[in-house]
Design a protein around this ligand. Structure first.
Ligand SMILES: NC(=O)c1ccc[n+]([C@@H]2O[C@H](COP(=O)([O-])OP(=O)(O)OC[C@H]3O[C@@H](n4cnc5c(N)ncnc54)[C@H](O)[C@@H]3O)[C@@H](O)[C@H]2O)c1
Length: 266
């Protein structure tokens, strides 16, 4: 049986994870490779990608790693060139790098605000800028940007820059989706809710709960109507659907993966 992404070349940014387990980018690398994609895995550091490589190697999937800071234009341009040199094309771009910082505008300093914008939005712009001309020449391609429920609603903690950046991603993707639809390129946003990824223990618990990981997980879970927390594999399955031919009529829109949280008003 052939996979749903057989022979497709996928650049996935943030292909490692802040800790062991299923971050979104790692899960996307593994799931896409299981479906026959050739993975061009991109991360700032090589160590977080070790577990990703192991998981893909377990079933003999094809994966190449590349180090790149996706907030830096010259590094992004070189990264995309390296992918084309290695695999000859780019069918899929998953812009997965991003993350939050705590605070409203009064308590957040200007450097943190600027970093949040570069980390969450400029990185997406730079990768799209480098990849779109290649997809345009091919006459096909899919770009999936990664939003957050924080870009749709209040999520229990002040994350003003992150919320603004992730809301921006949604509309950026819609506009790109319409602009590039006549060229055969689809652009969508996957919107993770409050997932149980290693990032919660590695970063969020300190930012929002004085280091109380279990307490924070309980609070996050209590907001989810389905009553359990998804992880990176749920995001990967949603992105897989959007990248597959099954989604050929879907562009310039979003898929929310949050166990129902966004629709709940408390
Ligand atoms: N985890 C959640 O609950 C959650 C919820 C909503 C949205 N998201 C979004 O999902 C995405 C992935 O989140 P995660 O928690 O799985 O990721 P993560 O924090 O585990 O990070 C993934 C990888 O990104 C790499 N990275 C960081 N900065 C980079 C840079 N400048 N260039 C290249 N690589 C870089 C890190 O080294 C790491 O290996 C983010 O955009 C995040 O905002 C996550």
């Amino acid at each position: 049986m052939t996979g749903r992404l057989e022979g497709k070349v996928a650049i996935i940014t943030g292909a490692g994870c802040v800790g062991p387990g299923w971050g979104n980018g790692r899960a996307e690398c593994v799931r896409f490779a299981q479906e026959g994609a050739k993975i061009f895995a991109v991360d700032l550091n090589s160590e977080p990608m070790d577990e990703t490589l192991e998981k893909v190697a377990d079933f003999g999937g094809e994966i190449e790693t590349h180090l790149c800071d996706v907030t830096d234009k010259s590094q992004v341009d070189k990264m995309v060139e390296a992918c084309v040199e290695r695999f000859g094309r780019v069918d899929i771009l998953i812009n997965n790098v991003g993350g939050s910082a705590h605070g409203g505008p009064v308590e957040m300093d200007e450097d943190t605000w600027d970093h949040q914008m570069a980390f969450n939005v400029k990185s997406v712009y730079l990768c799209c800028k480098a990849v779109l001309p290649i997809m345009e020449k091919q006459g096909s391609g899919v770009i999936i940007n990664t939003g957050s429920s924080a870009g749709l609603r209040w999520t229990g903690v002040p994350q003003s820059a992150y919320a603004a950046a992730k809301a921006g991603i949604i509309h950026f993707s819609r506009v790109l989706g319409v602009q590039y639809a006549p060229k055969g390129i689809r652009v969508c946003t996957v919107i993770p809710g409050q997932m149980h990824t290693p990032m919660v223990a590695a970063r969020l618990a300190d930012q929002h709960a004085g280091g109380d990981v279990e307490g924070l997980l309980k609070k996050r879970q209590a907001r989810i109507p389905l009553g359990f927390m998804g992880d990176g594999r749920d995001i990967a399955n949603a992105a897989l659907f959007l990248c597959s031919d099954e989604a050929r009529f879907i562009t310039a829109t979003e898929l929310v993966v949050d166990g129902g949280m966004t629709a709940r008003c408390d």
